[in-house]
Write a protein that binds this ligand. Structure first.
Ligand code: CTP
Length: 130
């Protein structure tokens, strides 16, 4: 089975590692779509702390990741799934139900998020340190 997952993976943390490792356990090949700086700006009105090149390098360096590409549009999920011949789309359960329309194309699995950590939270913690 070929797996695909997506994310920003900014300030790479244990929640990111957990979902990537668990996604890979569902099959034999894992492709990760790392969202571009421009896509993040359009979604959150701020650029990631780490740029897209560095975020892609970090994700690509993981032993459980076979392939990485730049996700440039949220609207292209179906095209990315087809291009990478993915059998299963894995997303964190913060996205529960949001990708069910892709079920004719591939299985869609939502994995539970790791509690108590996120990039947003890390940024807030660092900001508070004077
Ligand atoms: N993720 C997770 N557990 C966490 C944080 C993230 O399983 N504690 C998963 C998300 O569900 C997603 C992937 O990791 O499938 C990439 O998430 P991303 O949005 O890059 O990370 P966040 O830490 O959630 O970033 P932000 O706070 O900016 O939303």
């Amino acid at each position: 089975m070929r797996i695909i997952t997506f994310g920003t993976f900014d300030m790479f943390h244990i929640g990111h590692l957990n979902i990537i490792e668990r996604a890979r356990e569902l099959g034999q090949h894992l492709t990760v779509g790392v969202s571009s700086d421009a896509l993040n700006f359009s979604k959150k009105q701020r650029y990631p702390i780490c740029n897209e090149h560095d975020r892609m390098r970090i994700v690509k360096a993981l032993a459980c990741v076979d392939e990485v590409f730049l996700e440039e549009s949220l609207e292209l999920k179906a095209d990315y799934i087809k291009a990478h011949k993915a059998d299963i789309l894995v997303m964190g359960d913060d996205w529960q139900g949001k990708f069910d329309h892709l079920k004719p194309l591939c299985q869609v699995v939502y994995l539970p998020r790791t509690p108590a950590i996120s990039t947003t939270q890390l940024i807030e913690v660092v900001r508070e340190i004077k």
